[in-house]
Structure formats: structure tokens, C-alpha cells
Design a binder for this molecule. Structure first.
Ligand SMILES: [Zn+2]
Length: 335
């Protein structure tokens, strides 16, 4: 309740949508979500309920190593695991990399074949490392030698870069272009591995450079995850141009939500993300977004749908994941 005694809207539902009333999908297909962060089964159960409601079948997760066996047992056949470090181990930089190296072996033994590098400006500062630091290069090489494919998050919303923004060069942050130059070096070095760029390769606000990267590196694919960011990036651009981009690169875009399982989130929160993604990709809706966004233009988050053709949706929702992550990464059929 606010100071006037009125009940304030939760941040995941400013507009009072009934997320449990699932809109009819434009394609009838079991959707594969390639980007989530789940954890212990008792917390993940509510997320799974939301995934079930929205026709999400197979799910790729960046769950902690310690939760892999329990998640497999609780939700048989539902999850694939992307290797991540133990983020909590940052007290000693040397220990962090030593432990990460060992965990790559452990994830591999549990069947992981893709490793995620979270190298956004904030994490670079936190770990004192970039994609080009010797310690990170060692990790990349070790993963490569085991047979891993790659996933990365190198960029953040473009508006966050600059002297009057969050990532100031004067405070030691790299520019947007410098971040992506490091990604390009990695893409050049490992052309024989699939590389999935999280959050539309961190570049939905700059589809000219994103197109160039996709054209130059045929092993580079991108996921549609990060709900607020994607909603904002779509709303702030000419829709026809973006729609053309999605049609042109239809074989390279995979559906991801970036849903994070946490005890502070409830069923409605999880539903809200899938509802918004459905509206964003499948419909031509044009109005207020139910999800709060502090970065929205004029403080008013808008949800404008791209209304993608069914053939594009089928690829994005399922067949691209089967083709890229099943055949090429897991080397086994993905259902
Ligand atoms: Zn994520």
C-alpha cells in the first residue's frame, strides 16, 4: 500500500493483466527456452508451473553445479545445463579461476556442452577480468579442449555506456565498441564452435553492427532473452526495420526468457515474463507494458509487438534450438 492507502501495483503487473489467462499462441509448438537461471527444485517448481502454462517444454538453465542432479531428478528430461562459475567465490581472484577451471570438468561430466561467459562491464569490474585476460583465456581454452561450445554476455543496453551513463570510460569502463571488439576476437579464434550471444547479442539497439557480426561469423547465434530490455529496444525503434531483421536472420535467433528463479519471485512474476514475450513476438499489440522498467522512455514502458510470421516463430521457438543446440552442441536429438 502507498501513503494514500491505495494498493500499489506489483512491479510485474502495472496494468492489471490476468497472466493466468494464457493468450492463444500463433503457432502450436512445444517451445524451447534456451536461457534461464533456475536453482533448487522446491524454488524452481513455481517457475515450472508457469512454463507449463505457457507451453514451454525443454529448458536450458544456468543453474549452480550443486543443483544439477536434484533438478534432473525432480523434473526428468526437462533441463539442459549450461556451465557457469561459482559466482560467490570472488573473495580471492586466484581461487575464483582455479575453482572455475575444476567446475568446467564437473559440468562436462554431468553432460554440459555449453559454457557461459558473463563479461558485461559490471562483471568485468567485479572480477577484474575481461574476455582477453590471461585467466579467462585459459578457461576458454580448457573448455574448448574438452569440446564445449560457447555462450556470452558482453554488452548491456547501449544507453548504459557513456560519460553521462552507468558505464563511464573515466571510471575505467570500456566503450560499447570495445566490448564487442573482444567478442569478435573470440569469434575469430573459435570458428568451429557454436557461440550463442545472450540478449540478442547485446545489440538489439544496434542491428546494423549485429547484422554485420552475424554475416561475418556463421557460427554465431543469438537468444531473445531479457524481457524488459527487449521490450524497450523494440518499442524504441521502427518496427518494420526490426521485423525485417528477424525475418532475415530467422535461422539464427533462439527463444530465451532469462527468467531467474529466486525466493523473492512468485508464480505471477514468472507468468508475466512469458506473457510479455508472447505479446512481443507474436502480436501487434501497442500499449503500456505491464512490467516496470526504470529505463523506459519518459518513465512509461511501452509494449509494441513485432507480429512475426508463424514460420519465423517456429524457428525461433523450437527448430533453431533443435538444429543448433541439439545436433551441433549436444550431438543428440533434443526433444
Ligand atoms: Zn541470464
Amino acid at each position: 500500500m502507498n501513503a494514500n492507502g491505495a494498493v500499489s501495483a506489483p512491479p510485474y503487473n502495472r496494468t492489471g493483466v490476468d497472466f493466468q489467462d494464457v493468450p492463444k499462441r500463433a503457432v502450436s509448438i512445444s517451445v524451447i527456452d534456451v536461457h534461464t537461471h533456475t536453482q533448487k527444485p522446491h524454488l524452481t517448481a513455481e517457475f515450472i508451473r508457469a512454463a507449463d502454462a505457457y507451453g514451454i517444454g525443454r529448458i536450458f538453465t544456468m543453474a549452480p553445479l550443486e543443483d544439477v542432479d536434484a533438478l534432473r531428478a525432480a523434473f526428468p528430461g526437462r533441463f539442459e545445463f549450461i556451465a557457469i562459475p561459482r559466482w560467490q567465490d570472488v573473495s580471492s581472484r586466484a581461487d575464483f579461476f582455479r575453482i572455475w577451471h575444476k567446475r568446467i570438468d564437473a559440468f562436462y561430466e554431468k553432460g554440459s556442452r555449453m559454457i557461459k561467459f558473463h563479461m558485461a562491464p559490471g562483471s568485468q569490474k567485479r572480477f577484474g577480468a575481461t574476455l582477453e585476460s590471461p585467466e579467462v583465456k585459459e578457461i576458454i581454452e580448457h573448455a574448448y579442449n574438452l569440446g564445449y561450445h560457447f555462450m556470452s554476455h558482453v554488452g548491456d543496453p547501449k544507453a548504459w555506456f557513456g560519460e553521462d551513463a552507468k558505464y563511464k570510460p573515466s571510471e575505467g569502463h570500456m566503450t560499447f565498441d570495445e566490448q564487442f571488439a573482444m567478442l569478435d576476437h573470440m569469434l575469430e579464434k573459435y570458428p568451429d564452435r557454436v557461440h550463442m550471444g545472450a540478449h540478442m547479442g547485446g545489440s538489439l539497439e544496434d542491428i546494423t553492427s549485429l547484422s554485420r557480426r552475424l554475416d561475418r561469423f556463421p557460427h554465431y547465434i543469438i537468444d531473445s532473452s531479457a524481457t524488459k530490455w527487449m521490450v524497450r529496444a523494440v518499442a524504441n525503434q521502427p518496427l518494420e526495420r526490426l521485423r525485417d531483421f528477424f525475418i532475415r536472420y530467422a535461422d539464427r535467433i533462439l527463444f530465451g526468457s532469462d527468467l531467474v528463479v529466486n525466493e523473492k519471485f512468485n508464480y505471477e512474476h514468472y507468468l508475466s515474463r512469458y506473457w510479455v514475450h508472447l505479446k512481443l513476438w507474436e502480436t501487434n499489440s501497442d500499449g503500456a507494458s505491464p512490467i516496470d522498467d526504470p529505463d523506459a522512455k519518459d518513465g512509461r514502458p511501452m509494449l509494441r509487438g513485432l507480429h512475426l510470421p508463424p514460420t519465423v516463430l517456429e524457428k525461433m521457438y523450437r527448430t533453431n534450438a533443435l538444429e543448433w543446440l541439439g545436433a551441433k552442441v549436444l550431438r543428440q536429438p533434443l526433444e
